[in-house]
Write a protein of this length. Structure first.
Length: 361
């Protein structure tokens, strides 16, 4: 169902990357791409312009929507978030526009809708691409007239709204397919803020990881946790199809599983430790797949020159282990290290005994 939130503590956007205020969710990002977004947000927030937030799932659309609200003159007013994908189609209109008593069976009282509740504030229409066509017509009418009419009611009520919409679909394609009204699209798309995928701003991974580690460990009363360098190397190499949300969940997973003060590679979710997934990396949009020869490792989009020493070491150990079918003694001999050292490195890089026991291809 629709979620509603009243005024919340303003997140402070830190130009330098990260602020110290951990009481409410801050927005972290030192990459030029995020710095550009922050500048855009500060510029657009004080205006009443409608904003369309686009970007993959987990890129921070809702966080930015709240920030737009909190940096606007409406900050003291309500922020009403409505997830269009979560409301059953038959209820969408009564939820949004409210109803008069007797408008339909079961309407025993007059009720305001979410649009009215957002009066003097911001309405965040999340997953706007899921809005049914007939509702789109009504929404457009409301936006153009500045008035809302409850279902079954003859009086129109004036509303003062700022609309922020979000979508992780290509809304232009929805317009082309006639699933989204073109007029509403232009009405919403006054300013578009396109949030980049996390893999397109890899510089932010370390910063975000540390930020989440601090926040989560403080919440759990386990201050002072740190990442082992090999764990950080894995975090920095992964692709994050689920973007910042996936990174946040990975850190939570690690804090839950980790014992002691150091987060080790084995504490991270398997997806991050599985090198096969790394090979499937897609290059950032607009960038051609780099033309490194597709050798044994074939890490498309992740040029070896960009790897850290720990990454190269991990990859090499894995290759040698495979070559020796998981036989640590002969792998250690080829690597010129003792078997104990190999075990230690394997543990540090999340290539533990269990994996060796699975049998190597
Ligand atoms: N730049 C950031 N700094 C700190 N936390 C972030 C940042 N971006 C996203 N997050 C966190 O990641 C999670 C996902 O963000 P959010 O819900 O805003 O994404 P979304 O784009 O709305 O995703 P979806 O399309 O799946 O709804 C949230 O917990 C949010 O606080
Ligand atoms: Mg969202």
């Amino acid at each position: 169902m629709a979620q509603m939130t009243g005024a919340v503590r303003p997140p402070r956007i830190s130009q330098a990357g990260m602020s110290r205020d951990l009481l409410y969710k801050d927005i972290v990002g030192a990459s030029p791409k995020m710095q550009r977004i922050f500048r855009l947000v500060s510029k657009v927030a004080p205006t009443d312009s409608t904003v369309l937030l686009t970007g993959e799932s987990g890129t921070g659309k809702e966080l930015i929507a709240r920030s737009l609200h909190l940096q606007s003159r409406r900050a003291q007013g309500p922020f009403v978030a409505v997830n269009m994908g979560a409301i059953p189609e038959t209820l969408v209109e009564s939820e949004l526009f409210g109803y008069a008593r007797g408008a339909f069976t079961g309407a025993t009282v007059d009720r305001s809708g979410l649009v009215e509740e957002a009066d003097h504030g911001t309405i965040f229409l999340d997953e706007i691409g899921d809005m049914p066509l007939h509702t789109q017509v009504k929404l457009l009418r409301t936006l153009e007239s500045g008035e809302v009419r409850r279902l079954g009611d003859s009086t129109a009520r004036v509303v003062d709204l700022r609309v922020v919409a979000a979508t992780n679909r290509e809304l232009r394609a929805e317009v082309a397919a006639r699933r989204f009204r073109e007029d509403l699209f232009y009405r919403l798309n006054v300013v578009e803020i396109a949030l980049p995928a996390l893999r397109e701003r890899r510089e932010d991974i370390g910063l975000l990881a540390s930020y989440f580690l601090t926040r989560i460990s403080e919440r759990r009363g386990r201050r002072g946790l740190r990442f082992a360098p090999a764990a950080m190397a894995l975090l920095e190499r992964y692709d994050y199809p689920g973007n910042v949300r996936e990174l946040e969940n990975a850190i939570e997973h690690a804090v839950t599983l980790g014992e002691g003060r150091i987060i080790r590679p084995t504490d991270l979710p398997t997806a991050l430790r599985e090198p096969r997934l790394l090979a499937a990396r897609t290059p950032p949009a607009g960038e051609p797949a780099h033309d490194e020869p597709r050798g044994a490792a074939a890490h498309a989009g992740s040029p070896r020159e960009a790897w850290s020493l720990a990454e190269v070491e991990r990859e090499h150990i894995l290759t040698v282990l495979k070559r020796h079918r998981g036989n640590a003694s002969s792998a250690a001999r080829q690597l010129g290290i003792s078997r104990t050292t190999l075990w230690r490195k394997m543990r540090a890089y999340g290539l533990g005994r269990a994996r060796a026991g699975e049998g190597w291809p």
